[in-house]
Design a protein around this ligand. Sequence first.
Ligand code: ADP
Length: 274
Amino acid sequence: DGAKKDEAKGGGPAAPLPRGAAPGIRFEKVVKRFGQNVVLRELDFTVEPGERVTLIGPSGSGKTTILRLLMTLEKLDDGVIWIGDQTLWHMERNGKRVPANQKHLHEMRKQVGMVFQQFNLFPNMNVLRNLTEGPVRVLGVSKDEAVERARGLLEMVGLADKINAHPSQLSGGQQQRVAIARALAMQPKVLLLDEVTSALDPELVVGVQDLLRDIARQSDLTMLCVTHEMAFAKDISDRVLMFDQGQIVEAGPPDQIFGEPAEQRTRDFLQAVL
Ligand code: ADP
């Protein structure tokens, strides 16, 4: 039962990817406004545990806002967001739902990893410290264990030889690989990907996409991905949600959404981007 043991200690360097039950995600009548602008209108959707879901749709339709809500970078105006059996912005107290306190938000945030369009590495730290800083400070992992895990992850993303480099010494594709490794170093249960290849030079896109596809196949992470790259969406997703004006227009497996979309708005969108 080596696999079980690995699971118990969160996987060693030989198995750097998160394993074990991942929570699902559920949005219930979620409303998000920016001033007068209602970005999400009573949005309902579910991502099953371990499912890979991609959000597609026109720019400004609210896709990134969904990821930012899950990262607790934005607060919702109404409705409920669940990660597993826990609510994100509320907590249960004596059978009542009360606003989440900082401790609850902190615990919830730890379950969620995000990779951004603009890498967002710590520019003043080398690659190793980019990967160990969070685990040591936030998760309380020992320095040695954090370094060991970082080595395993850098091996996996093909950058073991860059362990002492600074972000400015790396190409965009390499920086994004480090950012992916850094997100995984936090042992998240849910991984959010926001346009992770749109800032990359075209020749670097495929390598990062291949890496993410391998991670999707080899881990049990629940993944929610926003992308304008339809081939990537097709490749990585169990299900695609077509999104417009803060609501889901259509949802289904990639073959259906890309092959025989039922809704005119989906057809129009795909025609414009493909
Ligand atoms: P998408 O990811 O689909 O392109 P976003 O979620 O980024 O869409 O944006 C949805 C809408 O919310 C847009 O109209 C955008 O202008 C608005 N918006 C996003 N973030 C903010 C913010 N911090 N302040 C004000 N408006 C915002």
